[in-house]
Design a protein around this ligand. Structure first.
Ligand code: ADP
Ligand code: MG
Length: 468
């Protein structure tokens, strides 16, 4: 079909224009009367829309009939678009909305598959996958003294995105306290209230990766344009931008553009702005323009309500005595509270057991111990260095001496195995390496432990030291 359209188009425009604007297009899929074509940038799509839409329409109608529709799939940049496609769809000249709700959100943010693209006719607005998790909403977020400020500021922003003085809204606090949950909840609520607003949730790491890829692929401008057309931009864990000056610059640029145009920015971080290191002063001062709200560890009452809420949602009943026991012993982190519940439900159903206090004690005990045993990357580097009689600076240095490389790789391997840190963050802490180096280190260690006895002994010895 596309080829037929092309030959019609070719006959009707200058050869140079055809080469520039039509040869780069890839037909992706044909579903009924809807043809999806892939275009290399947002700019490209806008150009087509402005200059060739009538021609395209005539060509398509000839092939597919009056109901023909055209869906654009804008690939900003080849490298990351395959893992994180931002599909942009634009209307054909048909004016009847088929899907009045606008973009639906993917059910599982961990699945990176592209949902069925659909067309929103008659709405001249670019649509973007929001990457929101619909389960992280305000209804499922239990309110308590520890999170009241963040929660209500989040609701205020959701009611009037860009229209409050909370811009940017920065939610900060320790791990597992609900920063990501609130960030999604704001986005979900905005999509619900204002289906036409483009909302994008993205982690800082992914944002950084996209930026790096755009520089490599010479699509930095597309990257910036893409972010500048978003109405509500949610960036999770901005502490990962520390030390990344290029990404900070581009973010500064995007931030200013959005802010000036009354668009909403929502950020999360594990630290308050004053404690953020290696973040440019001018960015930090922008963060202070809005509101910073801290999430604290939930108090006992809130922990009990969170557990009850979760059980209610999962349709599981549990005696109060047991809920109270868990809430008393797991104090600092909501993710762990949930972890205990999940283990308990799994254990009980697997062994066809009732929820008993002794099962609860066992599981809670294990969680408490595991948390204690969690080691830091600093500690791993110290242990590995001293095992090989090196100092940490040598371990981190650029030297290619074999025994030092090996020690460094072991440190990376243990950091991956024993902490929750990402490859990128491990790399940056162990001598400023990138994530690919860490990945390579982990694979090398895996291989060597299988083939090299001496090496296996290193791994065993260090494991013992670290878990002692
Ligand atoms: P963070 O991003 O701060 O590390 P998350 O937002 O990932 O933490 O929260 C960890 C888990 O705890 C998530 O499953 C989240 O749904 C849950 N959670 C955190 N706070 C609450 C709350 N107040 N009510 C209900 N669930 C919560
Ligand atoms: Mg988080």
């Amino acid at each position: 079909v596309w080829n037929e359209c092309l030959s019609f188009i070719k006959d009707n425009i200058k050869q140079q224009a055809y080469k520039t604007w039509f040869e780069p297009i890839k037909p992706v899929k044909l579903a009924g009367e809807a043809l999806t074509i892939q275009v290399p940038s947002k700019f490209f799509y806008e150009w087509l829309e402005e200059h060739y839409i009538k021609l395209l329409r005539v060509a398509l109608v000839k092939q597919l009939g009056e109901d023909a529709k055209l869906v654009y799939d804008v690939r900003m940049e080849n490298n990351y678009s395959s893992s994180n496609p931002h599909t942009v769809k634009i209307p054909s000249s048909n004016r009847n909305p088929i899907n009045p709700q606008g973009v639906t959100v993917p059910m599982d943010i961990n699945k990176r598959e592209l949902k069925n693209p659909f067309i929103i006719p008659g709405i001249q607005k670019v649509k973007i996958e929001s990457q929101l998790n619909p389960n992280y909403n305000f209804a499922s977020f239990v309110e308590g003294d520890s999170n009241r400020l963040g929660r209500s500021a989040g609701m205020a922003v959701a009611n009037k995105p860009g229209g409050t003085s909370f811009n940017p809204l920065l939610i900060y606090g320790g791990v597992g306290l609900g920063k990501t949950h609130i960030a999604h909840a704001i986005g979900v609520e905005i999509k619900d209230k204002y289906p036409d607003k483009t909302v994008l949730y993205i982690s800082s790491e992914k944002f950084t990766q996209q930026y790096i890829d755009s520089v490599k692929g010479n699509t930095r401008n597309d990257f910036i344009h893409f972010y500048q057309m978003i109405d509500v931009l949610i960036i999770d864990d901005v502490q990962f931008l520390s030390g990344k000056t290029g990404t900070q610059d581009v973010f500064f640029h995007i931030f200013n553009h959005l802010h000036q145009n009354g668009k909403q920015v929502i950020l999360t971080s594990d630290k308050a702005p004053v404690d953020m290191q290696d973040i440019e002063q001018r960015l930090l001062s922008r963060f202070k323009w809005g509101l910073s709200a801290e999430l604290q560890a939930p108090d006992y009452e809130t922990r009990v309500s969170i557990l009850k809420n979760k059980l209610y949602r999962d349709g599981v009943e549990m005696p109060d005595e047991i809920i109270e026991y868990i809430a008393k012993h797991i104090k600092s982190n909501v993710r762990e509270l949930e972890g205990v519940l999940i283990s308990m439900i799994a254990q009980a159903s697997f062994n066809r057991k009732e929820f008993t206090l002794s099962l609860t004690k066992q599981i809670v005990d294990k969680f408490v111990k595991n948390t204690k045993r969690e080691v830091s990357i600093d500690y791993i580097q110290k242990v590995v260095s001293s095992y090989f009689e090196l100092d940490v600076a040598t371990l981190q240095s650029k030297t290619r001496k074999r025994h030092i490389v090996q020690a460094r790789q072991l440190a990376m391997y243990f950091a991956k195995r024993m902490t929750k840190a990402s490859l990128a963050s491990i790399g940056s802490q162990i001598g400023k390496r990138d994530h690919a180096t860490v990945l390579h280190a982990c694979k090398t260690v895996d291989n060597l432990t299988e083939t090299d006895k001496q090496f296996r002994k290193y791994v065993d010895d260090i494991t013992k030291k670290l878990t002692f």
